[in-house]
Design a protein around this ligand. Structure first.
Ligand SMILES: CC(C)(COP(=O)(O)OP(=O)(O)OC[C@H]1O[C@@H](n2cnc3c(N)ncnc32)[C@H](O)[C@@H]1OP(=O)(O)O)[C@@H](O)C(=O)NCCC(=O)NCCS
Length: 175
């Protein structure tokens, strides 16, 4: 597989719409399109000049990354494209000294949950200690993520607590 993974910038991001249409319906489709145009980073997996899949990535706060979406064209699934996009995302977060990466997955979306699990993500419980205390708890960040009813929050620790370049000040409130 001759995949090239690179940033999609400006109008190029519109070329990712078919991957979104293949992957989401209803409110998720609406939100994915909106996020495509606003999110800090869209990575495209290209083969033969065609976009086979995309990821949308952002820092929620310094040290905490979020994978908004990974979406692969229906015809290109189970060929390693989603895995390559997630590896690319984690590589970028690791190089930025990100401590924790989160992603939300629909409870019954086996493909999505397995994909994240293959890269070491696990379900984060609501009562876990906050990420700054060494747990994976999402702390006060839920409002910045789109975790809705019927979804689970998944997380992966990449670096020990306190190793990101800038730490946000402590805030009141639990997970
Ligand atoms: C989830 C998704 C991105 C996976 O992309 P993909 O290119 O098919 O994934 P890969 O081929 O790299 O698979 C990596 C691993 O994920 C798991 N996986 C992927 N699809 C799976 C499925 N349908 N059933 C079970 N496990 C699956 C497997 O462990 C797989 O490894 P394997 O093929 O060696 O068994 C793709 O199914 C998709 O676009 N779905 C719709 C959008 C979506 O739900 N995105 C995730 C939430 S944002």
């Amino acid at each position: 597989m001759g995949l090239e993974i690179r940033d999609l910038v400006g109008p190029e991001r519109e070329d990712a719409i078919p991957a979104i249409l293949d992957s989401f319906v209803g409110i998720y489709r609406w939100h994915a399109k909106r996020t495509l145009r606003r999110v800090a980073s869209v990575r495209g997996a290209l083969e033969g000049g065609q976009i086979r899949g995309i990821s949308m990535l952002e820092d929620l706060v310094p040290g905490v990354g979020y994978v908004y979406y990974v979406a692969v064209r229906a015809a290109d699934r189970r060929r390693g494209v989603g895995g390559a996009l997630l590896d690319d995302a984690l590589d970028r977060f690791r190089r930025a000294r990100t401590e924790i990466v989160y992603a939300a997955a629909e409870e019954d979306n086996i493909a999505s949950r397995r994909l994240f699990e293959t890269r070491g993500f696990r379900v984060v419980r609501r009562d876990e200690p906050p990420w700054r205390e060494g747990g994976l708890g999402a702390w006060g960040l839920r409002s910045k993520m789109m975790v809705v009813s019927g979804e689970v929050l998944m997380g992966l620790r990449l670096n020990p607590p306190g190793t990101s370049i800038t730490l946000v000040p402590a805030r009141a409130g639990g997970t």
